[in-house]
Every structure is written in structure tokens, then in C-alpha cells.
Design a protein around this ligand. Structure first.
Ligand SMILES: O=C(COP(=O)(O)O)[C@H](O)[C@H](O)COP(=O)(O)O
Length: 323
């Protein structure tokens, strides 16, 4: 490891996030915070950084940049890096290392607590006997359904498989394990099944200042259909999903993934010149979302900007940038 080269543990985490072995906004955030603690540990032991606080700090910024570059859409990732780096303090390497370890632990603890609190808030929107429809796999959305079940409500679920990576299968298994009767459907069957559904519950990778919800591709179509069928839809999103850069008018980058997730090599060979595109996320305009459920309560999407200003001020620092 040179003074700015990330530790192997950081490179492994970055690789796992990029290949989606680690996926989902909350899970990515906690893995990133933990990777920074591993970087601090490694940098405190490496010749180039062990006795040089400036080099130690530079190595932490470089590690954060490596993690930041893995996937562009879930703001929980830069928000996690910000949380830890902004709490890095001390004039010796040992103090710096400790402050990073403490911040990383505190971040993961807060994330878990926020999800529990959010689950209880979201569960209040679900009634005994409700059927919910889900899209993709969101630990925040699942927390709401699981909390409703823990409150003694009987809930069943219609789960969209979520092409191309079928994260719906993970949701289906987790709900089944929580005792929720599950029906798995293909994405294009969603509108048909909305007539049998009382509530749509989705997660979010980012929430924009105007209340737009950025989540797995297909969420916006589902929301429009839900509105047309008169089915309420909520997004479960901890406040680390609030995207501070949108406070100053920036848009959220939508990740475009490889076509190999959509077609295999043989099909590619057969279809020749046909273009394939694979956007991973889309934006649901606030008018199609009934509520954003956070650990701090539930909000009409258009009002989320107030909470965002309280938490982030007018914008976002980039503590990983070269000074
Ligand atoms: O869109 C996805 C996952 O996309 P991918 O599989 O491409 O990462 C999830 O709905 C959000 O990340 C929220 O998840 P959570 O509530 O667990 O943070």
C-alpha cells in the first residue's frame, strides 16, 4: 500500500459494490462506512502513513474516492463517506484512526436504529388484512412490512420479480421467512394485480429536494399505475437517502449497467446490430407518491425539502476531495 493507495479490504468492498454482491442503498452505506474503518486500521499500520497524519488523511480521502466511484445513484454511499470523514479528527495517527473507527461504528448503529424506527412509522400506514405490492429489494420497505407483522397485523404480499436482476426473489424469500404469504409476479403483470392490492411499498436510492424518488427502474411506471388504480404508494427511505446536492439544483445520475444483465452472449450474437440499454433506476415525480416514510416521521414528498435543509444546510461538502 502506498500513501494514497486504498487498502486491499477497501478495494474488495469497492469491487463487491460495483459487481452488486453488496447492493441496496442501506447495505452499501454500511459497507462503505466499515471499509473506511478498515482503511484507517491499515493506514495506521503502513510505513508510509503510520506516523504522518497528513499522509493518513490523504489515504482516507483516496479510499473514500475509490468507494465513491463504484455506483453513482444511491446517495447513501457519499452520505456515509461524508459522515465518517467529517468526524475524522486528531493530530496524531492514533487519534485519527480512533475517530474514524468510532464514526464508522456510530454510523452503522444509527443506520440500524433508523431502519427500526422507520419500520414502525411505515407499519402504521398498513392495516390488518392488507395486501402490499413490492418492487425490487429494499430493507427499508421490508422493515415497514415486518414491523406491521410484529404488531400482529396479517399482511400478504404481491412481489414483482424486478428484471433484469430479479431482486424481487430476495424480497419474496425474506417476506416468506417473516411469515407473509407471497405471490411472485413478472413485472408486466403489476397493473393487473394492483386491483388486489391495498398498498404499494417501495424503497429509495435517493430522494431529490423536489420530492422526486429515485429507485429501481420500473418504480415510476408502478407509481403511475398505482395512482390510476387508486392504490396508495409510499417510499420507505431513511434520511441518509436524502440527496443534498439536489438542494442546489443538481440532478441525480442514473446508473447505466451492462447489457449482459439483459441478454446473454448467445443472444447478443443472434440479434446483431440491435442496441440494448440497461438503466438501473428511474425518477418517480412527487405527484405520484403519497408519502416518504423516514425515521423522523412521514412526509408528503413536496415537503421533504424542509427536512433536507435542516439536515444538510444548503448543500453538501466533499471531504474526500484533494485539498
Ligand atoms: O433500488 C434498490 C436496490 O437497487 P440495487 O439492487 O441496484 O442496488 C432499492 O430499492 C434501494 O436501494 C433501497 O434499498 P434499501 O432500502 O435496502 O436501502
Amino acid at each position: 500500500m502506498t500513501d494514497t493507495e486504498p487498502a486491499p479490504a477497501v478495494r474488495e468492498t469497492a469491487e463487491s459494490i460495483a459487481t452488486m454482491e453488496i447492493r441496496g442503498a442501506a447495505t452499501i452505506a454500511s459497507a462503505a462506512a466499515e471499509a473506511l474503518a478498515e482503511q484507517a486500521e491499515a493506514a495506521a499500520a503502513a510505513d508510509a502513513t503510520a506516523s504522518d497524519p497528513a499522509a493518513f488523511r490523504a489515504s482516507m480521502r483516496a479510499a473514500a474516492r475509490t468507494l465513491r466511484e463504484t455506483r453513482p445513484t444511491a446517495v447513501s454511499l457519499p452520505n456515509a463517506l461524508r459522515y465518517v470523514l467529517q468526524r475524522m479528527e486528531g493530530d496524531s495517527v492514533d487519534r485519527l484512526r480512533l475517530s474514524v473507527a468510532d464514526a464508522s461504528e456510530a454510523f452503522v448503529r444509527q443506520l440500524d436504529r433508523a431502519q427500526e424506527d422507520l419500520g414502525r412509522v411505515g407499519a402504521n400506514r398498513l392495516a390488518d388484512g392488507d395486501t402490499v405490492m413490492t418492487h425490487c429489494h429494499s430493507t427499508d420497505a421490508l422493515a415497514c412490512i415486518e414491523a406491521a407483522v410484529e404488531q400482529g397485523k396479517s399482511i400478504s404480499a404481491v412481489v414483482k420479480e424486478t428484471r433484469p436482476r430479479q431482486q424481487g426473489h430476495i424480497t419474496a424469500e425474506q417476506l416468506r421467512d417473516a411469515g407473509v404469504p407471497v405471490t411472485l409476479i413478472v413485472d408486466s403483470a403489476a397493473r393487473r394485480y394492483l386491483d388486489e392490492v391495498d398498498h404499494v411499498v417501495v424503497g429509495a436510492d435517493s430522494i431529490a429536494a423536489d420530492g422526486g424518488v429515485i429507485n429501481k427502474i420500473g418504480t415510476s411506471g408502478l407509481a403511475v399505475n398505482a395512482r390510476e388504480r387508486g392504490v396508495p404508494i409510499m417510499t420507505a427511505a431513511q434520511t441518509i437517502k436524502l440527496h443534498p446536492e439536489t438542494l442546489t439544483g443538481h440532478t441525480v445520475e442514473i446508473e447505466m449497467r451492462d447489457e449482459s444483465e439483459v441478454i446473454d452472449a448467445e443472444t447478443r450474437g443472434e440479434i446483431g446490430e440491435i442496441a440494448v440499454e440497461n438503466p438501473a433506476f428511474d425518477v418517480t415525480p412527487p405527484r405520484y407518491m403519497d408519502a416518504i416514510v423516514t425515521e423522523q416521521g412521514q412526509f408528503p414528498p413536496e415537503s421533504i425539502v424542509t427536512l433536507m435543509r435542516e439536515l444538510f444546510g444548503e448543500g453538501a461538502a466533499e471531504p474526500w476531495a484533494e485539498p
